[in-house]
Design a protein around this ligand. Structure first.
Ligand code: SF4
Ligand code: SF4
Length: 390
């Protein structure tokens, strides 16, 4: 029966965070002796270079406290993450992680070396290329940030493992898995591989930073920081995500990584299986947490006979760059795996979007450093909304 630790933590004070993390580990019965003489990959969410206060990345002080707890138990922490566009070294350099990595003497891993992980029980993707550093590690400590997400509804312990895939390969996965359910299927294959395909298997600890989370149009620059004052921990990431979603009052029927995750029964098959240690959900629940709007019609639109540009344009949000904010950095063009974005034409002030090619993955919106991309509704989008599951 999966156990999730849920503790209140008011801020990112180092002493308080360390105590909270130690207590969280104790609450779930995770044996810290596994850290002794172990190479411990510590994987935060470092989607883009961003300041801690924006709540896009796992707070650098949360990372610091986690590596200190690993080290006090005899482990050697290694920072590992594959950001959306930039290299890990550049992302670290442009964030508060630079200070933490230097003062704590943490090595930075190389996410670009990859190897194929084979998971025979995967439902769709049996071979997934992930950073080889995960194979080299003895223990994995994942540090998800709890945020809203336009497609998967939330990003947390399951979704953060997407960062095990190198660089732009992540955005290419949206071409192969374009709907919330198919993307969740891929993420759960990856989750299953990370938990069950290593031989020998590795302990994986999920320590979630929900002290300051993100609401609204997450998970990137368009989202809004929201203090939830919570630290969650568990060895079952699906259970951790479920508890976080409950605190935020998210309708779990809309979160395909949870509904599909329960169906797959990766150690948890329903909310009733989950036990919580520490605070209760009621203690920390936020009644007015704003979910991402998302496009509820995805699953219907990406299905024959509706999977055509004309239907997508009518029934789904389209990403639109705003001239008054755009700096023409063209990072959106770099990340667009569909090739739907090109340089501005005729002296235009924004990149050109081809909505007949756009698959509505919203990667451009996630990574735009200026929050210059908004979603505009399709003319007939109301037809696909408020009709049950996404
Ligand atoms: S829309 Fe954003 S990511 Fe694209 S060019 Fe403009 S500022 Fe850069
Ligand atoms: S334009 Fe943006 S939303 Fe459309 S496919 Fe490209 S990255 Fe995805």
């Amino acid at each position: 029966m999966p156990l999730v630790s849920l503790l209140r933590c008011p801020d990112y004070d180092n002493r308080r965070l360390k105590n909270t993390i130690r207590q969280s580990i104790g609450n779930i019965g995770f044996d810290p002796r596994v850290f002794h003489n172990a190479r411990v990959v510590v994987k935060p969410n470092l989607l883009v270079p961003s300041r801690d206060e924006k709540a896009i990345v796992t707070h650098s002080e949360f990372f610091r406290a986690a590596v200190q707890v690993v080290r006090e138990n005899g482990g050697t922490p290694v920072l590992l993450e594959s950001p959306a566009i930039h290299s890990l070294a550049r992302t670290v350099k442009k964030t508060s992680y630079a200070r933490v990595v230097e003062s704590e003497g943490v090595a930075i891993g190389d996410p670009s070396r990859t190897r194929s992980l084979h998971y025979a029980h995967a439902e769709i993707f049996r071979h997934i290329d992930i950073s080889e550093e995960y194979s080299d590690a003895d223990v994995i400590v994942s540090l998800p940030k709890f945020k809203t997400h336009g497609i998967t509804h939330i990003t947390g312990a399951v979704k953060v493992l997407f960062g095990a895939i190198h660089g732009l390969e992540k955005s290419k996965m949206h071409l192969r898995a374009p709907t919330p359910v198919s993307l969740a299927g891929f993420l759960l294959d990856l989750y299953g591989a990370m938990h069950y395909a290593f031989a020998p298997s590795k302990p994986i600890l999920h320590l979630m930073d929900a002290v300051c989370a993100m609401e609204g149009e997450g998970p990137g620059t368009s989202g809004t920081p929201r203090w939830l004052h919570a630290v969650l921990a568990g060895e079952n990431g699906i259970a951790v995500d479920f508890v976080a979603a409950q605190i935020a009052g998210i309708d779990i029927e809309k979160v395909a990584t949870l509904t599909e995750g329960f169906r797959r029964n990766y150690g948890v098959s329903s909310p009733e299986d989950i036990r919580i240690a520490g605070a209760s959900i009621e203690d920390l629940r936020m009644d007015d947490f704003r979910p991402a709007t998302g496009s509820q019609g995805f699953s219907r639109v990406f299905r024959w006979p509706f999977n055509t540009p004309a239907f997508r344009n009518m029934l789904l949000d389209r990403p639109v760059p705003l001239a008054d904010r755009c700096t023409l950095c063209l990072q959106c063009k770099t990340i667009c795996a569909a090739g739907a974005i090109s340089k501005p034409e005729n002296g235009g002030k924004t990149p050109c979007y081809d909505y007949n090619i756009c698959i509505r993955c919203y990667c451009c919106l996630e990574i735009c450093p200026e929050a210059a991309i908004i979603k505009k509704r399709g003319h007939l989008q109301w037809l696909t909304e408020n009709r049950g599951r996404p």
